[in-house]
Design a protein around this ligand. Structure first.
Ligand SMILES: [Mg+2]
Length: 382
């Protein structure tokens, strides 16, 4: 099926500044359409665990937040994925699909340490423009880096470097494309250990094998909205006008998405993140003060790590860390429809206060005895 490709013109949507300051090419070099390199470490948490423990290598492994069957897998090794295990799947289901799976409790401090090692290695080859998550980064390419063969060779060098410096289990996929969205799509084309380029002349053909949900930015809700608008495939999405996308999305994000998809590289908009939060529904086994306290401590450490100022080596690019002013720990007590358990939702403040004192030790009436640099304040939600 041949769909119309987009003729590129100078596009200026005037969304303001965004992203890192552009690097300048030092010489006039013939370039391809490739402007971005996107890297995603495969099965990150599970790969780090396999790197740390050789006994886990080559085996189906699932990383879990807590060791209980009522939780969900937050990562699965490639061997586990071969059994159909997916991130977010309840452990009872994981065990049905793969009875021999090894469950490993998540160690976020370890994953952060590996993240820094990975970032340091990538920055030896090309400056990172943006860290999207603990295992995903995007790098803007300039000058001769944009020549297809050079970009592919750069991708191979980074992949080799990561294996050498972070470990043989840390395999990654690299995508090269005119925009970040397309580079991420390219990255997902070949997993694990892929290296794929998408150029303008590949569009839209290369995308037509994908489902709408394969595109970053289209979740379950957006897919429903698109279907309501009569768009049930990438082919249908490709031919709509940018303004139509804006209407479906209900904001300028839709129009930006359209340009991103069609290979038009717009500067990313600045976003200010005002808070970082983590929450977890406690498994029945963890609904006791000491166990709950451990989970709260782990969530606090995770939030503190996410908020910690991070500098990328070499001073070529920098993530501005956020300094936390306040730490809120909240809990919600609600009856859940789990057979065999009876939950009493406290209806009065005194009972809640007593449960809080029992759970947190009550070193200070309004504080939690956790080792963090934050002022602590307990919030209550019901
Ligand atoms: Mg990943």
């Amino acid at each position: 099926m041949r769909l119309p490709t987009v003729t590129l013109a100078a596009v200026s949507l005037g969304y303001g500044r965004g992203g890192a300051a552009p690097r300048r090419a030092t010489a006039m070099t013939p370039t391809s359409d490739i402007k971005w390199l996107y890297l995603d470490v495969n099965s990150y948490f599970a790969s780090v665990e396999q790197q740390m423990d050789p006994a886990l290598r080559g085996r189906p492994v699932a990383v879990v937040p807590v060791m209980t069957d009522s939780t969900c897998a937050i990562a699965a090794s490639y061997e586990a994925k071969a059994f159909g295990v997916k991130t977010g799947m309840p452990i009872w289901e994981v065990k049905k699909l793969c009875p021999d799976i090894r469950l490993v409790a998540a160690r976020h401090d370890l994953y952060v340490r590996f993240h820094h090692r990975i970032v340091e290695e990538i920055e030896k080859h090309v400056p990172i423009t943006k860290v999207y998550s603990i295992d995903e980064v995007a790098c803007a390419l300039i000058g001769s880096e944009r020549i297809r063969d050079n970009a592919l060779s750069l991708g191979r060098k980074i992949k080799r470097g990561l294996i050498e410096k972070a470990g043989t289990c840390l395999r990654c996929s690299v995508g090269l494309a005119p925009t970040r969205l397309l580079a991420k799509v390219a990255c997902n084309f070949q997993k694990p250990d892929g290296l794929t380029a998408i150029e303008l002349h590949d569009l839209p053909d290369k995308l037509l094998v994908l489902d709408l949900r394969d595109l970053s930015g289209i979740g379950a809700n957006m897919e429903r909205r698109l279907r309501r608008a009569g768009i049930d495939s990438i082919a249908a999405l490709w031919v709509i006008a940018p303004k139509h996308a804006r209407k479906i999305w209900g904001s300028v994000t839709g129009e930006r998405f359209w340009y991103d998809l069609h290979g038009v590289d717009l500067p990313e908009r600045d976003t200010v993140r005002r808070s970082i939060g983590h929450a977890r529904v406690l498994a029945p086994d963890y609904r006791y003060p000491n166990q709950a306290r451990l989970v709260a401590r782990r969530l606090t450490m995770k939030a503190a790590e996410s908020a910690a100022p991070t500098r990328i080596s070499g001073g070529r690019s920098r993530l501005t860390g956020q300094a936390g002013k306040q730490l809120s720990v909240g809990w919600r007590i609600a009856p859940l429809p789990v057979p065999g358990y009876i939950y009493a939702a406290p209806r009065d403040r005194t009972a809640l206060a007593a449960s809080r004192r029992a759970a947190w030790g009550g070193a200070h009436q309004n504080s939690v005895g956790l080792a963090t640099p934050f002022d602590a304040d307990i919030g209550r939600r019901r």
